[in-house]
Design a protein around this ligand. Structure first.
Ligand code: DGY
Length: 328
């Protein structure tokens, strides 16, 4: 009987969802639900053919060099900026990710963060719990309206479009969008969204939501200059990746009162956000949980398992990450 492939499951995931993997492979699982150090990850992956990872494990060429038998890295996330995909391709390691299954849940959260930031839910709750509420006041936590306003979405992939549908149909918002490539007319129509270049979008939106993946070119896409171009009192929401926003510039724009509010689910340095954010006013922050409904997190792990089983069984991955084109 051929040897069962050895697979690392880098974090504590859902045992029942992992069952098919456990049945087909020899599994090593991270005994604690914490991110492994680079050394631990190297030690655990050294003799493995497959790895099921989350967004917290960094796969780089040094690690790959220590894992000569590795055939597939399957991340349970849609984002894959933690994986050096080119280095994997050079070594014949297949990379898979988990798109589609989290779109609706993440879009729900995008709306929640937008509403929560614009209406100052975080600060209002802290104020009440601290016993600071002595009087009702007409201007107490009077934020900005979401309904009927203009939402600018940067990154009009599946998640961006799912936010657009909610915003247009549920909140009567006018939708502008910016994307690397303009959408086909039918998709624009379906999302009720009009294309703008980034500066126009920033100038014309009451609220701006980032839903694009991270890449080196997109680092600090929203910096001091872009924040200054946003409308006074506007809201910035980021459900993409922390590195898209210059966090020090964002904190400064909130302190200066130019930005009305911001909502961040992602940070440049996770899990330890830049301290300048922690005392910025009118900022709602959450610990990278936009896709965190139980059914969705289970579906993400299930897809990661199916990808691993497909590749280790000699078949094609279900949702591969395409290696970057040479010269791209
Ligand atoms: C993703 O899937 O990329 C989410 O951001 C969770 O990490």
């Amino acid at each position: 009987m051929p040897q069962r492939p050895r697979v690392l499951v880098a974090r504590k995931l859902f045992d029942d969802v992992l069952e098919p993997l456990a049945a087909a492979c020899e599994l090593q699982t991270n005994p604690d639900d914490r991110t492994a150090s680079p050394q631990e990850l190297r030690d655990w992956m050294r003799d493995k053919q497959g790895a099921l990872i989350t967004g917290s494990e960094r796969i780089d060429s040094a690690l790959l060099d220590a894992c000569p038998q590795l055939r597939v890295v399957s991340t349970m996330t849609v984002g894959y900026d933690h994986i050096d995909v080119a280095a994997c391709a050079q070594r014949g390691v297949v990379v898979t990710h988990a798109p589609d299954v989290l779109d609706e849940t993440t879009a729900d959260f995008g709306m929640a963060l937008l509403l929560g930031a614009a209406r100052q839910l975080g600060e209002a709750e802290r104020y009440l719990r601290a016993g600071s509420w002595k009087n009702w006041s007409a201007s107490l936590f009077a934020g900005s309206d979401v309904h009927g306003s203009t939402l600018g979405i940067v990154g009009m992939g599946r998640i961006g479009r799912a936010v657009a549908r909610r915003a247009a149909l549920g909140f009567g918002m006018r939708i502008l969008y910016h994307n690397r490539r303009r959408l086909e007319e039918s998709l624009e129509r379906e999302s009720g969204a009009s294309y703008r270049d980034l500066d126009e979008l920033l100038q014309q939106s009451d609220h701006v939501l980032l839903a694009l993946p991270y890449s080196a070119e997109a680092r600090h896409l929203i910096g001091a200059g872009q924040l200054a171009r946003m409308r006074r009192g506007a809201t910035l929401v980021n459900i993409g990746r922390g590195g898209l926003v210059d966090e020090a510039a964002l904190a400064a724009a909130l302190h200066a009162g130019h930005l009305g509010a911001a909502g961040l689910d992602v940070f440049e340095n996770e899990p330890t956000p830049n301290p300048v954010l922690l005392d910025a006013p009118r900022l709602l922050i959450t610990p990278h949980i936009a896709s965190a409904s139980l059914p969705t997190r289970r579906a993400m792990v299930r897809l990661a398992v199916d990808n691993l089983l497909a590749v280790l069984g000699g078949g094609a991955p279900l949702t591969p990450v395409a290696p970057p084109r040479a010269g791209a």
